[in-house]
Ligand binder design. Structure first.
Ligand code: ADP
Ligand code: MG
Length: 686
């Protein structure tokens, strides 16, 4: 669905003032589009009558009419709590309803008053009671929820589900008529789907469960349709470049380097390398994704593969998302390549202008063949003499345009994307059936599995004690926080505050250092450097740690307010430890008031250390809607229970999209493609 107005902020709605605006923001809602696609978490069935007896038997919420017999104060807390005694009008079944903190409402519950009741009945020895339920005066009114299927939204303090519903309803009445459907009419008709406005109406305010199901299906189809369209629109046909100038020496350098490694490559590393070699020597340009968990050893595979073009005097660029990671790769690259007599260049935003000019000129003259750096590597002014191979590490951190920009620096260069956040197999096959994927699943030998523990905030001192024991053994530790500094809006721990606290109150005799993205580059580097050299015991940080830093002596990572991090971030962070020979530990500290998905994420982390499994799990938790990285875009509030069924749907839609794209004169398609915003932000440019 799209239209211009959808990007308008919700402040255009009458009932949204500044205070409400902030509250909605807290739910991830800023635009009309966000609002209309903020789907209910669940529904209350207040439509069908369910008697108290049925509620007990079937363990489903009761939905019935009751008549009050009497009400009494209970407990001794200044008449704060009330207990209602009532009967179900249809059956005369006696029931009891405790109402805590509602003593002041006694007048409302006078004998003889009738109410609609919705809630789960429980039976104890003496009575049938409802520990929590909705009560609504049984009078005829437009506002009544009784007789309807009621949507339940995620809510926040100051922003009830009811208010969210009201706001959505208002937005729908104002904007539904302007919605433009991304699905072509013939598809809607053929598959008997709901129009976009009807689908939205019935996902929020279904008049029956059948319609709700249909709305859900209809929206799913659209979401996937659009995702495919984006992916295929961004894809290019495979380029053919003719056979590679294959000299007998091409693989020699690689063989020599393998022989010189201080470890034996794992089988998965060997097979991945063989796949890459064969791609690079074929006449088709390589487009391959190398997936492997943190620490699986992707870097060495990338380095080894670079030796093919390097031995032909061609240029290789290794692009990484952060300065930190660039430096680290640069260091290991120098150790690796200097033995082979190959110079390594380094280029990031932090190069001085004179060193930048020098490197620019060397690259342009083919005096440096291997260059490592950040997005500076595809800056406008930089020209490559002979760029034949582009390696993009942590590829998910780069946007489509960026990946395009670097590719265009050469003439059909081979591309190797690397990622430690795997695309789940199921999904990869459905979406990217043409993408070549190599996987390193097996960890290098001798790695111990990281032990993951969960702890509530109030038990964090126990975790700190454990860390202290590890420090006494000579190990080092990371502490990670979701915020840089304390925020008035969120009651979360921050790196800056905790840094001071840990230093002064918890680990007074230890050396601590702090890193986060707002510190000057030199300060960050110094902290990292000292941590690597063992001069610092504890590194306190934000998620900047996610990629980069490699310290084999670090054995503990403590992630506080862990529920705030996404599953892939958590997994990446955990991968900072367990890189050496020591048993390592990850502690996820969380607070009581977890969201469902926060809880699922933390439990998934405890369950598994396998990035591939976690990626599948993440998909289940988030649903397909978030795959393209956009929060709340579509299906995110659905948990996909039947992945197989959905995959089948994916395949069918994929064919439709291909057919549509072939007919480029299609008016509908033109309209879609003209909406630029939809075509950025795709996971893989394929
Ligand atoms: P990632 O896949 O996360 O990029 P790295 O390439 O950084 O992993 O590898 C992690 C560590 O494992 C590095 O210190 C590397 O030298 C080491 N390593 C890589 N392959 C092997 C292997 N086959 N045996 C032992 N150690 C290895
Ligand atoms: Mg890596």
């Amino acid at each position: 669905m799209f239209l211009f107005q959808l990007n308008q902020t919700i402040s255009s709605l009458k009932n949204i003032g500044p205070a409400k605006l902030t509250l909605f923001e807290g739910l991830g809602i800023t635009t009309i589009y966000d609002l209309l696609t903020f789907y209910p978490r669940k529904y209350k069935n207040k439509k069908e009558l369910v008697s108290v007896k049925e509620s007990l038997q079937k363990k489903i919420p009761s939905n019935t009419k009751i008549c009050i017999i009497k009400s009494e104060f209970i407990g001794n807390r200044y008449k704060k709590d009330l207990k209602l005694f009532a009967v179900e009008t249809s059956s005369n079944t006696p029931i009891a309803i405790p109402l805590f903190g509602r003593g002041f409402l006694q007048d409302k519950y006078m004998a003889g008053a009738e109410f609609y009741l919705y809630g789960q009945a429980t039976q104890n020895n003496f009575e049938i009671s409802f520990s929590s339920c909705d009560l609504e005066p049984a009078i005829v009114s437009d506002k009544s929820e009784f007789g309807h299927i009621v949507p339940v939204y995620h809510q926040k303090k100051g922003l009830t589900s009811k208010y969210v519903a009201k706001t959505i309803s208002r937005a729908w009445s104002m904007y539904a008529q302007y919605l433009i459907d991304e699905l072509p009419d013939y598809l809607i008709e053929r598959d008997n789907l709901l129009s976009i406005s009807q689908a939205l109406k019935h996902i929020h305010f279904p008049s029956s469960f059948d319609l709700l199901e249909k709305a859900r299906e209809s929206l799913k189809v659209r979401e996937i349709f659009l995702l495919y369209l984006k992916i295929q629109y961004n894809s290019r046909p495979v380029a053919i470049r003719g056979l590679v100038d294959m000299r007998s020496s091409t693989l020699d350098l690689q063989k020599k380097a393998i022989a010189g490694l201080e470890f034996e490559l794992t089988e998965d590393q060997k097979s991945s390398l063989a796949q890459i070699n064969s791609d690079m020597l074929s006449e088709r340009v390589m487009y391959r994704l190398l997936q492997g968990d943190v620490g699986a050893g992707k870097t060495v595979v990338a380095f080894l593969s670079a030796l093919l073009p390097l031995s032909l005097n061609q240029q290789v660029a290794l692009v990484v998302p952060t300065e930190l990671l660039a430096r680290q790769h640069y260091q290991s690259a120098r150790a690796f390549f200097s033995k082979l007599g190959i110079e390594v260049g380094f280029l990031t935003g932090s190069n001085s202008s004179s060193s930048r000019d020098e490197i620019f000129s060397k690259i342009e003259k083919n005096e440096i063949n291997l260059i490592i750096g950040t997005h500076a590597l595809f800056g406008d002014r930089l020209k490559y003499a002979n760029l034949k191979y582009v390696i993009i590490d942590e590829q998910q951190k780069f946007g489509v345009e960026q990946r395009d920009a670097i590719q265009k620096k050469g003439e059909n260069p081979d591309i190797l994307l690397m990622s430690a956040t795997p695309i789940p197999r199921t999904l990869a096959l459905a979406f990217y059936s043409d993408l070549n994927i190599s996987e390193i699943r097996q960890k290098p030998e001798g790695r111990l599995t990281i032990k993951t523990h969960l702890a509530l905030h109030e038990n964090s001192h126990k975790v700190y004690d454990f860390v202290e024991q590890q420090l006494q053994l000579g190990r080092q530790a990371y502490f990670v926080y979701p915020l840089i500094r304390d925020s008035a809006a969120k009651s979360l721990k921050s790196a800056s505050t905790m840094f001071s606290h840990l230093q002064s109150a918890v680990f007074p005799g230890r050396r601590l250092a702090l890193v986060h993205s707002e510190l000057p580059e030199e300060e960050k580097e110094l902290a990292m450097e000292e941590f690597s050299q063992g001069k610092v015991d504890i590194l306190v940080a934000t998620s900047v740690l996610e990629v980069g830093i490699d310290n084999k002596n670090a054995s503990c990572i403590v992630i506080e307010d862990a529920q705030q991090f996404g599953l892939s971030s958590l997994h990446q962070l955990r991968g900072r430890v367990g890189r050496g020979k020591y048993q390592s530990y990850a502690f996820l500290i969380y607070s009581e008031d977890l969201t469902d998905s926060g809880k699922q994420r933390i439990l998934a982390m405890k369950e598994s250390c396998d990035g591939f499994k976690l990626a599948e799990e993440d998909l289940k938790i988030r649903g397909f809607g978030e795959i393209d990285g956009k929060k709340q875009s579509g299906l995110s509030s659905f948990t996909l229970t039947d992945l197989q069924k959905d995959i089948k749907m994916l395949r069918i839609i994929k064919e439709e999209v291909s057919a549509l794209l072939e007919n480029t004169n299609d008016k509908h398609l033109e309209l879609l493609l003209s909406n630029k915003e939809y075509f950025s932000n795709v996971l893989v440019t394929y």
